[in-house]
Every structure is written in structure tokens, then in C-alpha cells.
Write a protein that binds this ligand. Structure first.
Ligand SMILES: [Zn+2]
Length: 302
């Protein structure tokens, strides 16, 4: 049994073949766009279709991890982000199950990453944790008793849109004061970039020379505080034994330690034993999570 998996983002689609034992046998990356026309729902579907055709006969089930909100029960994209225009309403499962005659499972990328970490990464052995990823925005997933807690409309765990600053900065969701407008990696890079008058990446901010700059030190410290603002609320809501922090920036030395120290200083005694771990699977989490839901779907149909 082999699983064809996809991890769809606004700029790139990762795909690969995964074995029954969740070993990634091969993986590749292509652009989400076609030619110069940018990424659209159409370009994403065409790219997927091309790979599915190319690999026809080599897989028994398809797993898809994608940006946007997904109705996990039906495999329909209920809300596509601005990164993929026209994606909202796309019946991913329906389109590809009828065309290729194999089961298809679809979930959003953060839920898939959460499942990947739960079974193969930082959450292994834990039956309860929350997971957050810090990138352009802030994504979240709640893992409870062996599964993702998905909510009434498969939209639970959108921690990026908790309000941490009522009436504050504009968020990409159209509302104001959301957590991700302050705590995402982009919030940090925007502030530093504005100061230097050019784009400065998250990686560059953590270069030794940059770290000597008092402005950069302050920006990082303030950003850590913003991250902790959200984690304090989540600690009181979930009282989680474990919080998994993902996104490329979390691999910076000391960042997770600093967040841990600040968090523990700001929560009551019953919340201080929380473990903070950085996500382990990096860019493989989505594909492994997609493989996991695909195998579950295949098993459920037996
Ligand atoms: Zn928002």
C-alpha cells in the first residue's frame, strides 16, 4: 500500500510517496502557480492533477494537506486564504475521488502538521497537546485523545485570530488586534525591515551582527512577549501538558527557552509544569500528517 501525499501552500506544493509504515519514499516540490500567472485555485488543481496522472497506478490512496480551512468530513475547502484566489468552495475530495477512483482525505495544513508531530515528532507519546506555527500568520491545532479537535465547522484552533490587542493592528482576516498581527514571524520581520528600510528575513535578524543592534534586541524581546501573551491565554484555557512550537524561526537557538521562561513567569502554579518543545518534523510534518489521514480514510472504507 502506498500513499500519494500533497502539502499545498500559496507558493509551493510539496508532494511525495509514503509507505504503509509512514516512511517518505520520495518527495518533490513544484510551484503552486503555472507559468507567470500566479497561484490560483485552477493552477493548484492542475498541478495536483498532473502529479496524480504521472503517478497513476503507484498509489492506493491520496492525502492532501492544504492552506485554508477545510471541512474534514467532506473534503471541501470552506475558506481559502488570499494566497490562493478562487479556492473557497472547491470540492477537493469529490473532484479527485471521482477522477482517480481512489479514496482522498483532505485537511488543513496546521491540523496535518499537528497530526504529523503527534505521531512522528515532538508530540509522540503524548495524547494531549496544542501546536502553534509561526510564519506569515500563526496557525494552531489541538490534539486530544488521539485526534485533532476540529470543532463545529472544522475551524477550531485558529489561534492566530484570538484578540490579544482589542481594537489594535489590522489583521489579514479583516479584523483588528489579532494575535498573529503581533506574534507572527512576519510581525517581527516587518518591524525590523521598516527600521532598516529594506526587507530583513527572520534568519537575518538572528545573525550575530544583527543581534548586537539594540533596536533588534528590543524588537525580538517585544516579539517574544507578544508570543507569550497568546500562550498565557491558551495555558489557562487548555492547561496543556505540552505546547509544540513550529515555523522555521523556532529553530533559532534560545528562542523556545526564552518563551518558556517568560511564560512560566506569567501563569499560575497549575500551569507552570507545561513543556515547550519545538516542532521536529519541519517541512515533512504536513506530508506525514496527510499520509496519516489518508490511511485512516482507507481503513474507514474497508
Ligand atoms: Zn485575524
Amino acid at each position: 500500500m502506498k500513499i500519494l501525499v500533497f502539502d499545498i501552500g500559496g507558493t509551493a506544493i510539496k508532494y511525495g510517496l509514503v509507505s504503509e509504515n509512514f516512511e517518505i519514499l520520495e518527495s518533490h516540490e513544484i510551484s503552486s502557480a503555472i507559468d507567470d500567472e500566479g497561484t490560483t485555485a485552477k493552477s493548484v488543481l492542475q498541478n495536483l492533477d498532473r502529479v496524480m496522472t504521472e503517478y497513476k497506478g503507484k498509489y492506493d490512496v491520496i492525502g492532501i494537506s492544504t492552506a485554508g480551512q477545510v471541512d474534514f468530513e467532506t473534503g471541501v475547502i470552506v475558506y481559502g486564504s488570499d494566497n490562493i484566489p478562487g479556492f473557497t468552495g472547491t470540492d477537493m475530495r469529490g473532484i479527485f475521488e471521482s477522477k482517480y477512483g481512489v479514496p482522498v482525505a483532505v485537511d488543513n495544513d496546521v491540523n496535518c502538521a499537528g497530526l504529523g508531530e503527534a505521531h512522528f515528532g515532538a508530540g509522540r507519546g503524548s495524547d494531549y497537546f496544542i501546536c502553534l506555527t509561526y510564519g506569515t500568520g500563526v496557525g494552531g491545532a489541538i490534539y486530544l485523545n488521539g485526534d485533532i479537535l476540529r470543532g463545529a465547522k472544522s475551524a477550531a484552533g485558529e489561534f492566530g485570530h484570538m484578540v490579544t490587542h482589542a481594537g489594535g493592528a489590522q489583521c489579514t482576516c479583516g479584523r483588528k488586534g489579532c494575535y498573529e498581527a503581533y506574534a507572527s514571524c512576519r510581525a517581527l520581520t516587518d518591524r525590523v525591515s521598516e527600521h532598516f528600510g529594506r526587507y530583513v528575513s527572520g534568519r537575518e535578524i538572528y545573525e550575530p551582527q544583527m543581534l548586537e543592534d539594540p533596536f533588534v534586541q528590543q524588537a525580538i524581546s517585544d516579539w517574544e512577549d507578544e508570543i507569550v501573551n497568546g500562550l498565557v491565554s491558551l495555558s489557562y484555557i487548555f492547561n496543556p501538558p505540552l505546547i509544540v512550537l513550529g515555523g522555521g524561526i523556532m529553530s533559532e537557538e534560545q528562542l523556545v527557552n526564552n518563551i518558556r521562561k517568560k511564560l512560566i513567569n506569567r501563569v499560575g502554579i497549575n500551569y507552570q509544569s507545561v513543556q515547550l518543545e519545538k516542532a521536529q518534523l519541519r517541512n515533512k510534518a504536513g506530508m506525514l500528517g496527510a499520509a496519516y489521514i489518508a490511511k485512516e480514510r482507507l481503513d474507514s472504507l474497508k
